[in-house]
Design a binder for this molecule. Structure first.
Ligand SMILES: [Zn+2]
Length: 172
């Protein structure tokens, strides 16, 4: 028995010839609005209680230093992202073993905060003497940086004056 395949049927199935011309010209793809530069990656995170822990993949900014598989979160909305911190330690000549205070700054995002400002990348500034962290917008961080630069200049001036005063006292 011979099977005759109509010309407009492909061996793999599907009708070809008469329908190609009937397919309307497709409009070109809508221009895709490019997202602002927001480097995010998907990383594994451990969430859930000890008995019901599982790994989920979450968006995490490139600068985040947290290994979300080493620090399990109770729930996915508890996951926070923290960047590397720099600190300025303030010691005192009266006590070699204890810091007087330390000012630390790093990036932070709390993606599911009820406060939309904390869902944006912001700068976390902490001081050992204050249990409450300060949270700064980029503009606030720039203003603080200007103040700290002025303070740094002032500190160098003070150091020079103190050194000169000490030298004069030694010579006298
Ligand atoms: Zn992260």
């Amino acid at each position: 028995m011979t099977i005759t395949i109509p010309e407009n049927v492909k061996p793999s199935g599907g009708l070809v010839v008469p329908f190609l011309s009937s397919i309307p010209t497709q409009p070109s793809a809508a221009p895709v609005e490019t997202l602002p530069n927001k480097p995010l990656r998907l990383v594994p995170a451990l969430v859930g209680s000890l008995e019901r822990r599982l790994t989920v993949y979450i968006e995490c900014p490139e600068w985040c230093m947290v290994d979300h598989t080493r620090e399990p979160a109770g729930a996915v909305e508890d996951v926070m992202h923290y960047g590397d911190t720099e600190s300025a330690d303030i010691s005192t000549l009266l006590d070699d073993n204890t810091l007087h205070s330390a000012l630390m700054a790093g990036l932070c995002i709390d993606p599911s905060s009820t406060d939309p400002r904390l869902r944006q990348a912001h700068i976390l500034v902490s001081n050992e003497n204050n249990p409450e962290d300060a949270r700064l917008t980029p503009k606030m961080a720039e203003e603080l940086a200007d103040d700290l630069a002025d303070l740094a200049t002032h500190l160098r001036d003070l150091a020079q004056i103190a050194r000169q005063t000490h030298a004069a006292e030694v010579q006298a």
